[in-house]
Design a binder for this molecule. Structure first.
Ligand SMILES: [Zn+2]
Length: 192
């Protein structure tokens, strides 16, 4: 297996796992903990922290200064903007830190979703596939597939296509022509 030759890790970073997929790069001054899995074709920026045991799927892009903690799950092709922070513990106290595993709430981010710069993602929620959390948001609830939210607290602002364009009419994206229908969990692509 000659995987090593296709993985790029800046020498200033501390990487405590061997489970890194092909064509993945890790920028300077990042820390990747033990038993972390990082898929192929990922970009981990500068100054990121990925806690022990986190599983990152293929094609994920973390901009600089992103913090990913135990209990956070990112599906394929998730984008996380600079300085975005996840949390995993709803009731932090200095005198009961670190939390017990049973006190951690899971956060799941669906395939292709984007988290804007400087967002704070409170734990225990699901962000649907291809959803967008706008820059500077504080997310306090779950987000449906293809839903666009932003603000503090983040609120529903509209819908967004897989291609990234805002959907003025879910029946047809003006940029790429994809068609959607509304279901309970958000938008679903209508195959033509
Ligand atoms: Zn589109």
């Amino acid at each position: 297996m000659n995987r090593v030759s296709t993985v790029s890790i800046h020498p200033s970073s501390i990487v405590e796992t061997d489970e890194i997929g092909d064509n993945t790069s890790i920028g300077p001054f990042s820390h990747v903990g033990q038993n972390v899995h990082i898929g192929k074709n990922c970009v981990i920026g500068q100054g990121c922290h990925i806690q022990d045991g986190v599983h990152l799927n293929d094609g994920i892009h973390l901009e600089n200064g992103v913090y990913i903690w135990e209990g956070v799950y990112l599906a394929e092709d998730v984008f996380v903007g600079p300085q975005a922070v996840f949390t995993n513990y709803p009731n932090p106290r200095a005198f009961s830190h670190p939390p017990q595993t049973e006190e951690i709430l899971q956060t799941k981010v669906g395939r292709g979703a984007s988290i804007g710069a400087n967002s704070t993602i409170l734990c225990g929620h699901i962000i649907g596939a291809y959803a967008v959390v706008g820059a500077g948001s504080t997310l306090t609830h779950s987000v449906r597939a293809h839903e666009m939210v932003y603000g503090n607290p983040a609120r529903h602002q509209g819908w967004v296509c897989e291609c990234g364009s805002a959907l003025f009419d879910i029946r047809e994206c003006v940029e790429c022509g994809r068609n959607y229908e509304m279901i309970d969990t958000g938008l679903r692509l209508v195959e033509r």
